[in-house]
Design a protein around this ligand. Structure first.
Ligand SMILES: [Zn+2]
Length: 459
């Protein structure tokens, strides 16, 4: 009898495997996985080991299977994949509000390029990126795509802050702070790629500024450099009608066709803006597997136009969302970008069904990952992917009551509502306290540096 009892207990123990130790479990009121089926768990939990998600399930199932070292109680929050900002220029937070209410070409050529010529330095880039990283962590962005100067400073600041970055060293035809010629810039870009190509958090990239700011040789060499190392190319593309006019004069073709004729397009290419395109241009982008970074706020502020987002999605061109630099937005809040992406598409197309809340959330998460060809790693909460996730409070008056979590995230939530930000399994912010950056120092440094910018531009 005693033997039988022991056998029964042994069988019971075998059927109840020991709980697997994991670093972290996040328990949420609602978990939006953003997987292919848009699986939603209410409540739900995510188990994290090292940098990876190991499981997503109900809190009961997760607690039955895992023994976490730490648990984040987000039972009043929505848990979702970290947001992916597919287009920005992080250090440009230092030019926030410096020149507003201007057309793109005036804004760029009369204000931004001259301000940059006088003030861009490794120090400005470092200080600006820390400020941008603080803002991104505080508003739920876990991956950002950047193109700027002294990109190695941006990489170091991103790693220090713990934010994931696809970072492009800028190649531009005229002399800039970090390169006198495009040839210099290409040498810099190659050094940058070599320095960071094996980094787990940073993906180095080559960023030829645009078709209208580079000659053909520079564009071709930029793409060739990226292909040599298998890294992404990031380019401003078809942002204004002016750019199309210039391309037609110079190349007798649309920007998409001109770049196609050069052999510029290829996989791992991200085209920012992509507003002024024909159906044939869309087919060119689709044929080469190009991703689009849509920047509704910047495009509206500079009155550049409205990218045909629904056409891209229908054609199977992956579309991510971006804020663009803070000089043309003027913040890095991806919740606002989602909302404005939806409103702009509805308004421009006179179609209230265009860019639904779910479509906007897709663009800010898995769509952005697809546009970067990083959807095997990020963009949704699934076992095996990197643990990049955020929790968002739903307790504000403006979020009450809640019938639909996705509707709330896109139409009623702000970056300030983010409570927790996790990248690569590391908690960067908990209960709105950022752990990787000293908030007071970052803000004070930026304010001190702004004095130099003010003096340089006579403001
Ligand atoms: Zn831009």
């Amino acid at each position: 009898m005693k033997k039988l009892l022991l056998l029964t207990l042994a069988a019971f123990a075998a059927a109840q495997p020991a709980r697997r130790p994991v670093a972290l479990v996040v328990v949420g009121r609602t978990v939006l996985t953003q997987n292919a089926d848009h699986r939603v768990l209410s409540p739900g939990a995510v188990a994290i080991a090292g940098a990876d998600i190991v499981d997503v399930d109900t809190p009961d199932e997760i607690s039955r299977k895992y023994a976490p070292a730490e648990t984040i109680d987000a039972r009043n929050d929505i848990v979702l994949p970290g947001l992916i900002n597919t287009h920005t220029h992080a250090p440009m937070v230092m030019y926030r509000g410096l020149a507003d209410d201007l057309a793109l070409m005036d804004w760029l050529q009369k204000y931004i390029f001259p301000a940059e010529a006088k003030t861009v330095s490794p120090e400005l880039v470092r200080t600006g990126t820390r400020l941008a990283a603080l803002e991104m962590i505080e508003s739920g962005t876990t991956t950002f795509v950047d193109m700027y100067y002294f990109e190695e400073e941006i990489a170091k600041a991103a790693i220090e802050a713990g934010v994931r970055g696809v970072l492009g060293q800028t190649i531009i035809q005229f002399p800039v702070a970090d390169a006198k010629t495009p040839a210099d810039a290409l040498v810099r870009a190659e050094g940058f790629i070599k320095e960071f190509k094996d980094n787990g958090l940073v993906v180095p990239a080559v960023a030829p500024h645009a078709l209208y700011t580079n000659d053909k040789t520079t564009l071709v060499e930029s793409a060739a450099l990226a292909r040599k190392y298998g890294v992404p190319v990031i380019v401003h593309f078809a942002e204004t009608e002016d750019e199309v006019r210039i391309a037609r004069e110079q190349y007798k073709a649309t920007p998409a066709a001109a770049l196609d004729a050069m052999g510029f397009w290829g996989p791992k290419t991200l085209a920012a803006h992509a507003i002024w395109v024909t159906d044939e241009d869309i087919a060119i982008l689709k044929r080469h597997g190009v991703g689009v970074a849509h920047n509704p706020e910047s495009n509206m502020k500079l009155a550049s136009g409205a990218a045909p987002v629904m056409k891209y999605l229908k054609a199977g061109v992956p579309v991510g969302l971006g804020t663009d630099g803070a000089a043309s937005n003027n913040d890095l809040d991806m919740f606002e970008a989602m909302r404005q992406a939806s409103f702009l598409a509805k308004h421009a197309g006179r179609d209230p069904t265009a860019v639904s809340a779910q479509t906007a959330l897709d663009m800010a998460t898995i769509g952005g990952a697809r546009a970067l060809q990083m959807d095997r790693l990020i963009g949704s909460l699934e076992p095996g992917k990197r643990a990049d996730l955020i929790t968002v409070s739903t307790s504000a008056a403006r979020q009450t009551p809640m019938y639909d979590a996705v509707s709330h995230l896109v139409y009623a939530t702000r970056g300030d509502d983010v409570r927790t930000t996790i990248v690569d399994g590391k908690v960067l912010m908990k209960e709105r306290q950022v752990r990787t950056l000293n908030r007071a120092t970052v803000v004070a440094d930026a304010n001190r540096l702004a004095q130099k910018v003010r003096e340089a531009v006579g403001r």
